[in-house]
Structures are given as structure tokens and as C-alpha cells.
Design a protein around this ligand. Sequence first.
Ligand SMILES: C[S@@+](CC[C@H](N)C(=O)[O-])C[C@H]1O[C@@H](n2cnc3c(N)ncnc32)[C@H](O)[C@@H]1O
Length: 276
Amino acid sequence: MVSRLDYNYLRSLMLRYLGIDISIYKVQFIYRRLIARMRALNLNSIEEYIVVLKRNPQELSYLLDNMTINVSQFFRDPHVWRAVREEVFKPIIDYKRSRGRRVIRIWSAGCARGEEPYTISMILHELLGPTLNGLTVTILATDIDPNAIEAAKLGGYDPKSLATVPPSLIRKYFYYDNMTGKYVVKDTIKRIVKFKVHDVTRHPPITLVDVIFCRYLLIYIAKDVQLTVLSNFYRALSSGGYLVLGASEFLPEKAYSMFETVNLRARIYRKRLNAD
Ligand SMILES: C[S@@+](CC[C@H](N)C(=O)[O-])C[C@H]1O[C@@H](n2cnc3c(N)ncnc32)[C@H](O)[C@@H]1O
């Protein structure tokens, strides 16, 4: 349906105007998103779509919106968060305390509109209390999509997006803003989250991280690029650091030289000490 010529044209436009190289994504994924966008505009062929793109440069950012599927949820896959609390956060906290260390660094890569990093912040506040027990916790939350990052910083959500947040946590960590009709994350939770635009396939990794959450992002990425991203994560993690993938994602076989399984069902892995 989409010729190589059209694909290359699209790729060069997105690279030039948005700084995004769509060849990092699986080709089938790009085609599906392209077709979805063409349907929304009632277009039947990629040639017609290219004409629209030439006439209206703004269309490129609509296409990007369509490609960066920011679908997320607070406490997405509750069983994963229970496992993360018990098998990742508690051991890290014990380890840091036993070594007299106070800093914990967490990276939420592909954080969408903030639901994931704010979920992490709420879990840690529940675990450690309002002062985080004297620990200095930073959650670095990154996404390729600048619009998602801006929305995440504001931290306002429609009431229905809070369906997966326990009511006691809504009362404790959100306030209702009458002006916007949204529930807004309180500063106690926001305080430890730092947002930044970042492309996991191209930008240098964040370093000295204890845990990386990269959930429901690698599924869209081409196989060879996935390995590059996972090698970057390997370098980003401190010794014995953890990696958490989406519950429907699999660690590619080649990456088992870098990571070992902690909990397969929850897709929790750990950096091998003697990899390379
Ligand atoms: C489906 S959402 C997943 C959000 C969240 N991690 C979760 O599990 O609910 C995927 C996110 O990855 C982001 N993304 C896609 N490609 C990316 C890249 N190369 N670097 C960083 N973020 C990317 C998208 O913009 C989107 O917000």
C-alpha cells in the first residue's frame, strides 16, 4: 500500500521537521498508524496524503501524535506494581540503607502523560512515608513526544483516567481543580519527578539508575533497534539495577546476556554483573 518512495519521503520529512527518525519503529506499526491517520482524513491513498502533507506542514505533528500512542494508565497491570514494590523497591531500599547510601534514581522511559512516574512516586510515598525516610529519590521521566511531556508536567487528569487509582490515594495525592474539571497531582508527588523530552533510540542514556521502567514502548520499535536501546539501558543501570518491561513484552533472546529474570510474569529483569 505504501511504496518505498513514499515511505522514504515521509521519513525524511519527519526527520527534517520533527527530528524523529521513523525507521526506529516496526514498518507494520508505521503503516497501521499512517492508515489510521488517512482514514481520519477520508483519504484513500498515500499519494493523496502526501499532497495534504505538502499543503499543511501542521499535519506532520498530527501524524506524530498518531504514531506516539500515549495510551497509559495509573497502576497499569496492578500485579506488576505489587511485584515491583516487593521485589524491586523493598530490596533496593534495604540495600541502600545497609550501605549507608541515600540516593535512589529511577528512570521512566516512555512516560507518556505522566501516569507511570506518578504511580511510582505514589508507591514510594506509601512505602516510605511523606519524607521518604530521609532518602533522596529522583524519578527521571522521559518521552519522545514534547506534547506528552508538557501535559505530564501539568499533571491534570480527567476523572475517568483515575478509575485505576485506589480512592484512598486519590484523596491523599490529588486535588480537584474546579476551573479545568481535572484531578491534579499534588506537589508532594510531583516534587521528585523530573520530566524531559528524550528519544531512547538516539539520545545518550540517563546514568547511574537503580531501576528503569520501559513499558509498552519496545513493542513498537524495530528488532535491531530494540537491542541498541537495551544495551543503552544496560549501561545506564548501576550494578545490580532492575529493568521493568510491559507485561505483554518479551526481552529479546540476545538481551539475556545482559539481563537475568527476576519475575517473568511481571517482566522484571536485573542487570547481570558479568555481562559483555
Ligand atoms: C504506549 S505508551 C506507554 C506509556 C507507559 N510507559 C505505560 O506503560 O503506560 C508509549 C510511549 O512511548 C513513547 N515513545 C515512543 N517512541 C519513543 C522513543 N523513541 N523514545 C522515547 N519515548 C518514546 C510514546 O510517545 C508514548 O508516550
